[in-house]
Design a protein around this ligand. Structure first.
Ligand SMILES: *[C@@H]1O[C@H](CO)[C@@H](O)[C@H](O)[C@H]1NC(C)=O
Ligand SMILES: *[C@@H]1O[C@H](CO)[C@@H](O)[C@H](O)[C@H]1NC(C)=O
Length: 336
């Protein structure tokens, strides 16, 4: 070896390299035993097929059996395969008519169904190997092509500070559910809550910035699909419910408040009149009667003015001005 030139890349280098490669090939190869099972395709789809192939391919095996379980229980045996020169496939009780064995102990399943998902075990007999009986288990998952999801909303016109709830209707086997607003992906925050594996999106304290279109996008390794956009707008505050004291200007609500105040004022006149009438008729009214409560909660000017001057036509507008601030109390008392 000392006479071999050390010049890198010289002719001897190549020859030695070739010799060493050749030498390793000529060595008696240890019987190859599979260490894993490779799925082709890796994400099989309903209706399609899949091949479960031990890798590296077993050499010198005399038979192999496939089981539809994590064990080699005879009741779960799909088939037993004997290799060439006399290839034979013996079906077991778990054979569905869609399974065939191939070269190298591969199991091929056609017409895949969702419930083909599960564990599969192959047992390989290699008498010459260090492990004469070898078992390997693999998990098979069959995917469905996800259809276009739909979005259900609790309301499409959301009042300011209201709550918007969106539900993404999709297969329970969708791996991921993402939400988009106006085409951009949403991430949860203090006002955006995700629940039920992202299938429900809740928008709290709805504001102008939450308006627009909402979509959900469902995905698995086979495909992704987006719903049609659902449009959500900001609703005007409902003008019908009274919110006493909440209005500082003549908004729609304030106008409604004045109208309601007028009605309450008219009712008050009636209550006051009733009170005066019952007091005239009965000098000692019982203390728990409603008119007594009204009397205790109102300043004398609020009711005594027009009522105390019978005969003069009641000038209602100033009374309403006076009554307006008292409206919550009157409203509360009248409801009792
Ligand atoms: C909505 O909430 C904000 C902050 O709490 C408040 O300033 C605003 O007045 C609320 N709007 C309505 C219509 O209640
Ligand atoms: C749920 O949504 C979040 C935020 O968009 C996302 O990061 C996560 O991957 C989603 N999880 C699932 C299971 O869809």
């Amino acid at each position: 070896m000392g006479r071999i030139p050390h010049r890198p890349g010289g002719p001897w280098t190549g020859i030695l390299l070739a010799a060493s490669v050749l030498g390793s090939c000529l060595q008696p190869a240890p019987a190859q035993t599979p260490v894993t099972i490779v799925l082709t395709p890796p994400s099989p789809v309903v209706g399609g097929g899949v091949s479960l192939a031990p890798q590296p391919p077993p050499q010198g095996f005399v038979s192999c059996s496939w089981y539809r379980s994590a064990t080699t229980d005879e009741t779960s045996r799909i088939l037993t395969y004997f290799p060439p020169p006399n290839p034979i496939q013996q079906n077991g009780s778990a054979h569905t008519g869609r399974e065939t064995a191939g070269p190298g102990c591969a199991l091929n399943i056609a017409g895949l169904m969702l419930n083909d998902t599960g564990n599969y075990t192959v047992q390989i007999q290699i008498p010459t190997a260090a492990t004469p009986v070898l078992s390997i288990t693999v998990a098979l998952r069959v995917y469905e092509k996800l259809a276009k999801p739909t979005v259900t909303l609790n309301q499409t016109q959301v009042p300011e500070n209201g709550t918007l709830t969106l539900t993404c209707n999709t297969s329970p086997r969708a791996d991921t559910v993402l939400w988009l607003q106006n085409g951009s992906y949403l991430t949860p925050n203090t006002r955006l809550e995700l629940s039920s594996e992202n299938r429900t999106l809740t928008v709290l304290n709805f504001t102008w910035g939450d308006t627009g279109t909402y979509q959900c996008e469902v995905g698995n390794p086979v495909n992704t699909n987006r719903s049609e956009p659902s449009t959500v707008t900001l609703a005007f505050s409902p003008p019908d419910a009274p919110h006493p004291g909440a209005h500082s200007s003549l908004s729609t609500g304030a106008v409604a408040g004045i109208v309601i105040g007028s009605l309450a004022g008219a009712a008050l006149v009636g209550v006051g009149a009733y009170f005066l009438y019952s007091r005239c008729r009965n000098k000692t009214p019982r203390e728990n009667e409603a008119p007594v409560l009204v009397y205790e909660n109102l300043p004398p000017t609020a009711w005594a003015g027009p009522v105390a001057q019978p005969g003069s036509p009641p000038d209602l507008s100033p009374m309403y001005q006076t009554l307006q601030p008292r409206q919550p109390d009157v409203y509360e008392e009248l409801k009792k």
